[in-house]
Design a protein around this ligand. Structure first.
Ligand SMILES: C[S@@+](CC[C@H](N)C(=O)[O-])C[C@H]1O[C@@H](n2cnc3c(N)ncnc32)[C@H](O)[C@@H]1O
Length: 252
């Protein structure tokens, strides 16, 4: 005898499998997240797991920011569109029913997250490889494992974290100083942390500091411990060295 409510007679669609349940961010935390990300009118903001759309709607209403909200739950998408209409910002924001693990995020200049550390970690390879260097990522409450934040704030008892997507710059790079002498650096990279070795005209030099922010690397070098400091700003494009600016010209 078969059960009348067995698997074969089950007709309702399966519930959407969410990686994180809907829990909205408090409005004062939303404001702190947007401030930490320095979100402005020229940004394209992506909220991955956008819930009722409050982060995007607040950015659109108060900062003229355009944005895309992504949520797997159709009810959340419908709510967010309705809220955007009430706020009069429907022409600045859009909400799409999609999965944060497959949706195209490459147009973002800022990404906001209120997920879970485990979900952030799963998303991390995409954030690092698909977002342009310099894109800011702001996360409510949850970290990114061993990718340390560039900045953070505490608001109403919760931490908010900020990361700047680093260009991939590990490798050997060379450029000429203004006097024609050749600098060469061999860089290792651990997210935004840069270490390395330097040479000037083939002789070992000192790499005193290397600070990477997005696609811009500020380096300070010295020919030897008694020589004057040389500072340069290196710009990377498509993970190649694109231009070098001298910050302090070498003394004659
Ligand atoms: C904690 S809520 C955050 C809502 C909003 N970002 C905020 O801060 O107020 C997480 C949201 O992620 C959505 N979500 C969970 N897993 C998802 C997935 N794989 N793809 C897209 N959205 C997802 C849930 O439906 C929920 O609305």
């Amino acid at each position: 005898m078969t059960d009348e409510i067995g698997v074969d007679s089950y007709t309702s669609p399966p519930e959407t499998l969410l990686d994180v349940p809907f829990v909205p961010t408090d409005e004062n935390v939303v404001e702190a997240m947007l401030n930490l990300g320095a979100v402005g009118p020229n940004d394209v903001l992506y909220d991955l797991g956008s819930g009722d759309g409050r982060i995007l709607i607040s950015a659109a209403r108060n900062r003229d920011t355009t944005g895309i909200g992504v949520d797997l739950d159709p009810e959340r998408i419908a709510d967010a569109m309705e809220e955007a209409g009430w706020a009069g910002v429907q022409f600045l924001v859009d909400f799409i029913e999609d999965d944060i693990f497959t949706v195209d995020i490459s147009a973002a200049t800022v990404v906001t997250l209120y997920l879970l550390e485990m979900v952030n970690l799963e998303l991390r390879p995409r954030l690092l490889s698909e977002l342009r260097p310099g894109t800011r990522i702001i996360s409510h409450a949850f970290g990114m494992g061993d990718w340390k934040p560039d900045d953070w704030r505490e608001m109403s008892g919760v931490n908010i974290y900020k990361w700047i997507v680093p260009a991939q710059i590990a490798g050997i790079w060379e450029w000429e100083r203004l006097d024609g002498r050749l600098y060469r650096i061999d860089l290792q990279q651990d997210f935004q942390e840069i270490t390395g070795t330097a040479w000037l005209d083939g002789e070992k030099a000192i790499l005193e500091s290397a600070d990477l922010q997005g696609a811009r690397l500020e380096v300070t070098l010295r020919e030897n411990s008694t020589a004057a400091q040389d500072s340069f700003t290196l710009h990377f494009k498509n993970n190649e060295l694109h231009s070098v600016k001298t910050a302090t010209p070498p003394k004659a």
